[in-house]
Write a protein that binds this ligand. Structure first.
Ligand SMILES: Cc1cc2nc3c(=O)[nH]c(=O)nc-3n(C[C@H](O)[C@H](O)[C@H](O)COP(=O)(O)O)c2cc1C
Length: 167
């Protein structure tokens, strides 16, 4: 496979890595944040994972090309909303180019001031724990401060496609 990366000596190509990681089925989240002017921003994210139970830590990573990166570094927190099978349209909307992402969705400010999307399977409001360099992404580790939870089937992402999963 052709190595199309900017690092010609890297051991695997971007395409190979994308293909392999596409075989790893993940859930789908929308990570939300509100800056000092309280304007909400959010994007679809599947790089989310748990890190530690005590203290309660989670992580996700953001593309360094995203112009909202400084917002996440400065906002003093963020929320991870784990999407249900009924929210696939929202997952698409929060990944699409410029649109009014919060216009047709129910949301409210959580107890720590971050936007919470209604009817998510779970919403974890976090305060910043650490931020790491992750190559072309920045890794955000958050300490979970509050949790909202509902029941339902999970949104899923596999081989580049959104769907849902039920056990
Ligand atoms: C299923 C799925 C998972 C994604 N995961 C991530 C992620 O973990 N990190 C990231 O930076 N972008 C991720 N993206 C891409 C962003 O959602 C997308 O680039 C977003 O529109 C960027 O927001 P912007 O248009 O405001 O720059 C994902 C997209 C999809 C569809």
């Amino acid at each position: 496979m052709t190595n199309t990366s900017n690092f010609p000596n890297q051991p695997v190509s971007i395409a190979e890595l994308r293909d392999a990681m596409g075989c790893y089925l993940t859930g789908v989240t929308i990570v939300t944040v509100a800056g000092s002017n309280k304007t909400p921003y959010g994007l679809t994210v599947n790089s989310f994972n748990s890190v530690s139970l005590s203290p309660p830590l989670i992580l996700w990573s953001l593309d360094k090309r995203n112009d909202k990166l400084p917002l996440f570094s400065e906002a003093g927190g963020f929320a991870v909303n784990i999407m249900s099978a009924r929210q696939l349209a929202l997952c698409q909307k929060f990944a699409a180019a410029e649109n009014d992402r919060f216009a047709d969705c129910d949301w409210y400010f959580g107890p720590f001031g971050q936007p919470i999307l209604s009817n998510a399977l779970a919403s974890l409001e976090c305060k910043p724990w650490a931020e790491y360099d992750g190559g072309d992404h920045t890794i955000f580790v958050g300490e979970v401060m509050s949790i909202e939870q509902t029941d339902g089937k999970a949104a899923a992402f596999y081989k580049g496609k959104l769907g849902y999963y039920e056990i």
